[in-house]
Design a binder for this molecule. Structure first.
Ligand code: 5AD
Length: 363
């Protein structure tokens, strides 16, 4: 566990089963105080740029899966990416997140050069979220100046993981191996899971939350599983909806996601935790704010050029489809102020990362 964790595994399980709102309010209040004490009142904004919707994987839940032939694919040019980064600077964001499907068309050398340019032209922190890549790629990008890497392990239950991810060539590093590699390379490391994957039990989700602490992560993102009709898991979910649910099944609901966010905050007090777009997709009115009120301290406004957003449909009805960057930015900042919080300035690294780096590299 993260050494600062203030909760036991049994308590995590109990909270995940809790349905009484009054009692849950005490959980959310406690998570909110832990958030304030460890990462403060700043809400860090990360400009998300979805740089390619090509994907060579076939994850059973994701709309970008290779076999989804209905989706037309795009890959942004270096100049388009740099233009998005300039928007991030314009809005005062401290970080740009480059995300894509697992796309071997994103060549190591090409992205190395994009990262160099980004670091030369802006003061932005650069986060990558590009799936499972070779150690040599990860090392080159780190060397070029990339600061952070996000790679969700999706579920720590190996059986469930294998059910929703087609097998890969044996001998390849798994996501846990890659998270270790990223850490060795000096990245600030993020991971996460989906909440309410069909077949995921309360015990599984409690294990996931415990894993976040054990992996000593700097960033943890989690959002509800959202059924995509053009995926096998989305279809299975739709067909099962008229059958009674297994009582152990984790709901892919807003409330379950808030509980999970709050519990992650208690397990990893000084990590950065976003209130995710998937959550906002379940509740476009105030899902993001509610996430911020029960433990989260980061929001990732979408800066992908609007013309491409429909082609990056991981799940349907993504909140960002309705969000024009300029207006969204203004509203977001007002909403953060209305919560009594401040917009973060600077790169906004997780205190957890800064502390562990101090311990690793004695000055
Ligand atoms: N519902 C919710 N989240 C999803 N992701 C992918 N597909 C879905 C879906 N159908 C999440 C995965 C991935 C991240 C980029 O998006 O957790 O790691």
């Amino acid at each position: 566990m993260n050494r600062k964790s203030t909760i036991t595994k049994e308590q995590i399980r109990r909270w995940l089963r809790e349905t009484d709102w009054r009692r849950l309010d005490t959980l959310f209040g406690r998570a909110d105080r832990v958030r304030r004490d460890h990462v403060g009142d700043e809400v860090h904004l990360r400009g998300l740029v979805e740089i390619s919707s090509h994907c060579q994987r076939d994850c059973l839940y994701c709309g970008l899966r290779r076999q989804n032939r209905i989706l037309s694919r795009y890959r942004l040019s270096a100049e388009q990416i740099l233009a998005c980064a300039r928007r991030a600077v314009h809005y005062g964001y401290g970080t740009v997140v480059l995300q894509s499907g697992e796309d071997s068309g994103i060549r190591r050398e090409w992205l190395t050069e994009v990262i160099r340019q980004l670091k030369r032209q802006t003061h932005l922190a650069v986060t990558l979220s590009l799936g499972e890549r070779d150690r040599a790629d990860l090392a080159a990008w780190r060397h070029a100046g990339a600061d952070r890497y996000l790679l969700r392990f999706e579920t720590a239950n190996a059986h469930l993981y294998n059910r929703i991810h087609p097998p890969r060539r044996p001998g390849l590093p798994d996501r846990f191996d890659l998270l270790r590699t990223l850490r060795q390379l000096g990245y600030e490391v993020g991971s996460g899971v989906m909440v309410g994957i069909p077949g995921q039990t309360i015990d599984d989700l409690a294990d996931d939350i415990e894993w976040f602490g054990r992996l000593d992560l700097d960033m943890i993102g989690l959002g509800p599983f959202l059924a995509h009709p053009h995926t096998p898991l989305g279809q299975e979910y739709a067909e099962a909806s008229d059958r009674p649910a297994d009582p152990r099944q984790v709901a892919n609901s807003e409330l379950m996601t808030y509980k999970a966010i709050a519990l992650v905050r208690l397990v990893c007090p000084d990590a950065n935790i976003p209130s995710t777009t998937a959550l906002a997709s379940l509740n476009p009115q105030n899902g993001r704010e509610e996430g911020l009120r029960c433990g989260a301290n980061v929001i990732m406004p979408n800066l992908t050029p609007p013309a491409y957003r429909r082609q990056y449909e991981i799940y349907p009805a993504k909140a960002c489809l309705q969000e024009e960057p300029g207006r969204f930015d203004q509203q977001l900042k007002q909403r953060i102020a209305a919560l009594g919080r401040r917009v973060g300035v600077g790169p906004g690294a997780a205190p957890h990362y800064l502390e562990r780096r101090k311990a690793e590299v004695p000055s």
